[in-house]
Design a protein around this ligand. Structure first.
Ligand SMILES: [Zn+2]
Length: 453
């Protein structure tokens, strides 16, 4: 449990030399927080000697919209070939092997390490797309909740419904048995998790059919009927084989099929959408759903190129996640997202459009899309929003001297970390460089067991 939770009931005020508010940068900003929510903002404030004084630049924390925590333990274990062409599908076999051996204890250790790394990197919240349920469905979910409470990260937990190995109701194969639920059991699990977390304002429960190959039309329809108001996430159109199989089985591409069969709207987040036609790009942008992009994983798995330039031109919304967690850095995700488009078009500054800052556009889009996908009250520094912040050290070599170009320097001028403080829900989380090492020895012990599997 968060040991500082009681402090949230006492209003706290701090002043910061520079803050990025919805209408741009402001100097000497004073912010008051009550019960984790911003209750007052004063611009150009005189220094209040009684309040905490911070130097640096205050930004909204970055929401992370797609993680499979257990896969943090797989990072580095699948980067060699064994006599055949390696693809997403061969990687998936290694992932299944790890999933079959996972248990609540490992889940908590690995997720705690991962979430502490996320906080240090600038993610203040995470959407956990959680599908390894067996051998103990409630224990496996509880381990994720415990890891979030222990580290202090904001969480939207999505227990995942997984029912079939492929289209046409094929039963789960041996590697997928640990993901399986009947619809009734799944609905009960969601209700139990709602009950367990109702007193934690920084935890939300959503729903997630794994993909259209893992859940059929009937079950998906029933699921959305059972929980019409919850945020809905689903993997879609990540791999060309999935598109071909979908066309064969359903006579429609995955994104097309979802748009045809459901009222896809702001409550939806479609993960990847790597392979879309131009018509799907426009239709999905119009729906106001968020696309969850995970560039380092999409690169690691050889998925392909998302049509980001076309999707932005159509008004599409997107956010970022680290999916397989082979890398845990919003800076790396956003930078790679832009570079992939530069390589596609042999141009520069694609996300900026015809004018503006690439870094600022990437940051704003990722925070807005991530907040929508998280379904929590975060993403902007204004009264009534949750107090999730980053403080950037503006004297750090990566950003020093930058004012209007601070976001560009943050994303495109190095690989060191200029974040010196992190607040989630009104609590300062990271205060020292040794933060991550708090969990390192448990993680080391667990990884030494996992790498022997
Ligand atoms: Zn995923």
């Amino acid at each position: 449990m968060n040991p500082t939770i009681n402090k949230r009931n006492i209003p706290q005020t701090f002043s910061v030399s520079k803050a990025y508010l919805p209408y741009g940068w402001h100097n000497d900003v004073s912010i008051t927080i009550e019960k984790g929510i911003i209750s007052n903002i004063i611009l150009n404030s005189d220094v209040n000697k009684d309040s905490m004084q911070l130097t640096g630049a205050l930004l909204s924390g970055i929401p992370h919209l797609h993680s499979h925590a257990f896969q943090r333990a797989l990072a580095g274990l699948t980067e060699h070939t064994i006599g055949h062409t390696d693809t997403f599908w061969t990687w998936r076999e290694a992932m299944y092997k790890l999933a079959m051996n996972f248990n609540p204890e490992w889940q908590k250790v690995v997720a705690t390490q991962l979430y502490s790394e996320m906080l240090q990197a600038g993610y203040t919240s995470v959407v956990e797309f959680h599908y390894v349920h067996q051998p103990d469905p409630l224990g496996m979910s509880q381990a994720i909740i415990d890891a979030a409470l222990e580290t202090g990260i904001r969480l939207t937990l999505l227990p995942v419904l997984y029912q079939q190995s492929d289209f046409h109701n094929q039963p789960p194969n041996a590697g997928q048995q640990h993901f399986y639920h009947t619809l009734d059991d799944y609905i009960k699990l969601v209700a139990t998790l709602d009950g367990l977390t109702k007193n934690h304002s920084q935890i939300e429960i959503g729903i997630a059919p794994h993909s259209i190959r893992a859940v059929g039309l009937e079950a998906m329809t029933e699921l959305f009927k059972a929980y019409p108001d919850k945020v809905k996430h689903i993997h879609a159109a990540e791999q060309q084989k999935e598109i071909n199989d979908s066309l064969n089985a359903l006579n429609a591409r995955p994104v097309e099929w979802l748009l045809d069969n459901f009222d896809v709207d702001e409550s939806w987040c479609l993960i990847h959408c790597t392979h879309m036609t131009d018509e799907e790009v426009v239709a999905l942008a119009k729906s106001k759903a968020v696309v969850g992009l995970c560039p380092t994983t999409e690169g690691n798995l050889g998925d392909g190129f998302f049509k980001l330039r076309e999707y932005i031109a159509a008004g599409g919304r997107f956010g970022i996640g680290t999916d397989s967690n082979s890398s845990v850095s919003p800076i790396e995700e956003l930078r790679l997202m832009e570079y992939v488009q530069r390589l596609r078009f042999q141009e520069r500054n694609i996300v900026a459009g015809t004018h503006g800052s690439t870094g600022e556009n990437l940051f704003n889009s990722a925070v807005a899309g991530g907040s929508q996908a998280l379904n929590q009250n975060v993403g902007t520094i204004e009264v009534g929003q949750a107090a999730d912040f980053l403080v950037i050290d503006t004297e750090h070599p990566q950003v020093v001297g930058h004012t209007d170009t601070l976001f560009d320097a943050l994303l495109f001028s190095g690989n060191r970390n200029p974040i010196k403080r992190v607040m989630v829900n009104g609590e300062w989380i990271k205060t020292s460089e040794n933060y991550v090492s708090k969990y390192a020895s448990n993680f080391a012990k667990t990884m030494k067991a996992i790498t022997k599997l």
